[in-house]
Design a protein around this ligand. Structure first.
Ligand code: ADP
Length: 285
């Protein structure tokens, strides 16, 4: 059974999980493949994100916040949360298994399987589609980057890692105190690093940087530059350069995502339409 058939159950008993191999490393613990045996007797492969109890004291709230945000979401371009669990070592987050893992790793390992006229626009349209859904649900992601996109197949990208995401409730923006935390400044809009202001428009800026990573086959944006230098470059009006293989219209779209004035950036719906039209791939929505 695919994880799509599992209904969301907030608390998953630890006994119903058979842990298999490690498939990734998260900030607070490893991510495992596991078999989930539901009460009705069906089995499904899942991903289990662990948080060791030594991190739990300081990060328990953010772990639960991430689960809470994900719990509300149901979209084929967003990694599904199946439930949470606990064992003697800490907390577990059970997610849909996204078999090919991180899009960034995939692009770096198999550049030959990544075409600028097919796979990249298909993935870009799916990311935009999932982001449009988040916007509708008043959620800002705040950590959109190629490393946080997972691939279910070569034809299906999914947004993951809601660790920094926030519910906007009735506001259009979210302000975050600039203290502490490691911010992915190279992916952040000027209003985010200057004023701690986050919105769907700042997610659009990060989407532009994600596109740049994709079309440059997984290069590090701004190379070895430090955060402060990047901020200076952006303030001076400089932007990431067009990757060699990137079609001009796609680069022009990236540049629009990096408009200093957030109101001049495209919306996710416009971005979705643009990339879907490049693929003639009607099923992505
Ligand atoms: P963190 O937010 O702590 O950095 P991530 O959620 O990014 O952790 O997970 C780390 C890695 O584990 C990912 O890069 C990916 O390779 C793998 N991973 C995470 N979630 C899944 C999933 N649902 N399915 C498959 N692999 C996953």
């Amino acid at each position: 059974a695919s994880s799509d058939t599992i209904s969301i159950q907030i608390f998953v008993p630890r006994e119903s999980l058979i842990m298999k191999e490690v498939i990734g490393e998260g900030e607070f613990g490893s991510v495992y493949k596991a078999i989930y045996q539901t009460r009705s007797g069906t089995e499904a492969e899942v991903a289990v994100k662990t948080m060791h109890s030594s991190h739990m004291l300081s990060n328990r709230d953010s772990f639960l916040e991430e689960a809470e945000v994900m719990m509300k979401l149901n979209h084929h371009c967003i990694v599904k949360l199946i439930g949470i669990s606990e064992d003697s070592k800490g907390s577990l987050m059970i997610q849909e298994l996204v078999p090919l893992g991180s899009m960034l790793t995939f692009i770096l390992r198999h550049p030959d399987q990544v075409n600028v006229d097919y796979e990249l626009p298909v993935w870009a349209s799916q990311i935009a589609c999932g982001m449009q859904y988040l916007e509708t649900n008043k959620i800002v992601h705040r950590d959109l980057a190629a490393r946080n996109i997972l691939l279910a197949t070569r034809h299906q990208a999914k947004i993951s890692d809601f660790g920094l995401s926030r519910n906007l409730s009735d506001n259009k923006e979210y302000y975050m105190a600039t203290k502490g935390g490691r911010w992915p400044v190279k992916w952040y809009s000027p209003e985010s690093y200057n004023y701690g202001k986050f919105s769907s428009a700042s997610d659009v800026w990060s989407f532009g940087v994600t596109l740049w990573e994709m079309y440059s086959y997984g290069q590090q944006p701004f190379g070895e530059m430090r955060g402060a230098e990047v901020i200076e470059e952006i303030n001076d009006g400089n932007r990431l350069e067009k990757p060699d293989d990137c079609p001009v219209p796609v680069y022009q779209m990236m540049e629009r995502c990096w408009e200093y004035d957030q109101n001049r950036r495209p919306s996710f719906s416009e971005l979705y339409d643009f990339f879907a039209s490049l693929t003639n791939y009607e099923n992505v929505r």
